[in-house]
Write a protein that binds this ligand. Structure first.
Ligand code: B12
Ligand code: SF4
Length: 475
């Protein structure tokens, strides 16, 4: 056992939930670093419970660990108490599997799912003793790479990240690993100059930004002739052929999505105007029923979970949802394994889906009407009528669900013509959905609204000019 590992052990009785930092979950991969291996530490700058619920990093963990010439470990943002202990004892942020500091890896890869985690990212670098700014990093420091939906607008973090991966990671991390193996030992800047030629890779230090007389960002241009002028988003074309976690890591404590998650579809065709994800995950790619059943069957057998979460941007739009629910029920019903659907579009939610999902445990329903008034929804291309919304709620309540969560959005500024009555419509929508559903049993019905502020996501960088930004968000 290393000194660092002993020091970490000594801290565990002093923090809440030491299980966040043990790194000995079921099916965790402990690979011995061999000379020449490309070593990745994958890091979600979020607390363990959130980070461990992310399907994307589980896939990359699997992809990299399958390779004999690579290894991948994990790290998450420590909770406040653990951070205080790490700082107090000057222990660097470490990877869970080997308890080596992040600085021991070739790549530290952050997944950026949400803009409010940016400060966590900086905090993690600071805790790891890695210089925050790319320009201050030394030859021996790891390459700091970021991926995930937020990097479609990389500029806000471009001073801190050495390279961004714009798009899907399954193939890109392998191309990067292979390229790095051949480049290792060369000066850092030369390595970055070579890596930026890989599709989907954006290396900010290879470009120069220019600003207009008003001080606003005007554009960027490559510093060298061999650096691509435009960065194209990379994406996999067939989800059935894409790798998935074969032996999912099963946590020793509760996490936010404490179930087997399976990605059903990547992309969404609905084109709601405010939705960045709806545009940047295009084109839509579906997994076949056979493949999904195979993943779920294998995952449930190996993990012991009693719930399969069908994850995607809009699972109710999966063209084979009803037949999929039928085969899943036939396969898992007798073992009391539930099927859960994440946030749904109310217009796609019908009796067929409700009946199929209720055959097993009654997992929750979440709808995302986003705006309380029909007029506002139409303005943002979220084409759900009030009637569809209330009918979806009614169907769910009639079939025995007692709680429906509803997501609403406010801001960043009201659309022209928005009335104060419309701004309040979300709360009345919930009240009306309660009242209009099962009048005989109102006391047991509950709708739980969740209201979040819309974050304007902008375009205008080398990467966002690439074809994935077919239409721009109006928010
Ligand atoms: C599971 C999930 C959760 C879980 C787990 C956390 C998480 N972020 O995964 C929970 C329930 C906790 C959650 C919470 C929230 N979520 Co959420 N969540 C999802 C969901 C359904 C799946 C994520 C996923 O695994 N996708 C599939 C993988 C394969 O895609 P991916 O993440 O893009 O990863 C690929 C590439 O981007 C790349 N990649 C990703 N990371 C990295 C890192 C490196 C180093 C590299 C090289 C590559 C790489 O490789 C991967 C494989 O191709 C997505 C919707 C969706 N289908 O994507 C929303 C989504 C990510 N969530 C979203 C939001 C808004 C939230 C919340 C803010 C909700 C709230 N109001 O509280 C919180 C924020 C929590 C947080 N800090 O991330 C938004 C993000 C919007 C955006 N940034 O544009 C999404 C896109 C949903 C949406 N419709 O808009 N979420
Ligand atoms: S809000 Fe939902 S349905 Fe609309 S484009 Fe985004 S993911 Fe698709």
């Amino acid at each position: 056992m290393s000194d660092l590992s002993r020091q970490i052990d000594a801290l565990l009785p002093l923090v809440t939930k030491p299980s966040r930092y043990l790194g000995n979950e079921f099916h965790v991969v402990h690979k011995t670093p061999e000379p020449g291996m490309v070593q990745w530490c994958l890091l979600m700058p979020e607390v363990y419970e959130i980070g461990m619920s992310h399907w994307g990093l589980k896939v990359l963990y699997e992809v990299l660990n399958r390779r004999p010439d690579a290894l991948a470990e994990r790290s998450y943002a420590p909770w406040f108490d653990m951070e205080a202990q790490l700082r107090r004892h000057q222990i660097p942020l470490f990877a869970l599997e080997s308890r080596r500091p992040l600085s021991a890896f070739d790549f530290v890869g952050f997944s950026l799912q949400y803009e409010l985690t940016y400060t966590n990212l900086l905090n993690c670098l600071d805790l790891a003793g890695i210089p925050l700014r790319s320009e201050d990093r030394r030859e021996e420091d790891p390459l700091i790479i970021a991926g995930g939906p937020c990097v479609s607008n990389p500029e806000p973090l471009s001073d801190f990240i050495d390279l961004f991966l714009i798009g899907d990671g399954e193939e890109a991390v392998q191309i990067l690993t292979h390229a790095y193996k051949l480049l290792r030992g060369r000066p850092r800047r030369e390595i970055l100059r070579e890596l930026c030629k890989i599709e989907g890779i954006y290396v900010p230090s290879m470009y120069e930004a220019s600003y207009g007389p008003d001080g606003l960002f005007a554009g960027i241009r490559p510093l060298f002739p061999d650096v691509p002028a435009r960065v194209r988003r990379t994406f996999i074309t067939n989800l059935d052929d894409a790798p998935v976690p074969e032996t999912p890591v099963v946590p020793l404590q509760d996490i936010v999505q404490n179930r087997l998650t399976v990605e059903v579809v990547r992309g969404c065709t609905q084109g709601c105007r405010f939705c960045q994800a709806g545009y940047l995950y295009r084109p839509i790619r579906e997994r076949s029923i056979e493949k999904l059943l195979e993943i779920a069957d294998n995952g449930i057998r190996k993990s012991g979970w009693d719930e399969v979460g069908l994850v995607s941007l809009s699972t109710a739009d999966y063209t084979q949802l009803e037949p999929l629910a039928d085969v899943m029920n036939a396969r898992f019903g007798r073992d009391q394994v539930a099927i859960s659907l994440p946030s749904l579009r109310a217009d796609s939610f019908g009796v067929g889906i409700a009946d199929r999902v209720k055959e097993t445990k009654k997992t929750g329903f979440t709808f995302a009407p986003e705006a309380g008034s029909e007029r506002l929804r139409l303005a943002m291309n979220k084409i759900i009528t009030d009637e569809e919304f209330f009918s979806a709620a009614r169907i769910a309540y009639e079939r025995g669900w007692k709680l429906i969560k509803m997501y609403f959005m406010v801001g960043p500024r009201p659309r022209p013509g928005t009335t104060s009555r419309e701004s309040c419509a979300s709360s009345t929508a919930c009240a009306r959905s309660d009242a209009s559903t099962a009048p005989d049993d109102r006391s047991t019905l509950r709708s739980a609204p969740s209201c979040r502020r819309a974050i304007p996501r902008c375009s205008g960088t080398a990467s966002s000019r690439s074809p994935h930004c077919g239409r721009r968000s109006s928010s």
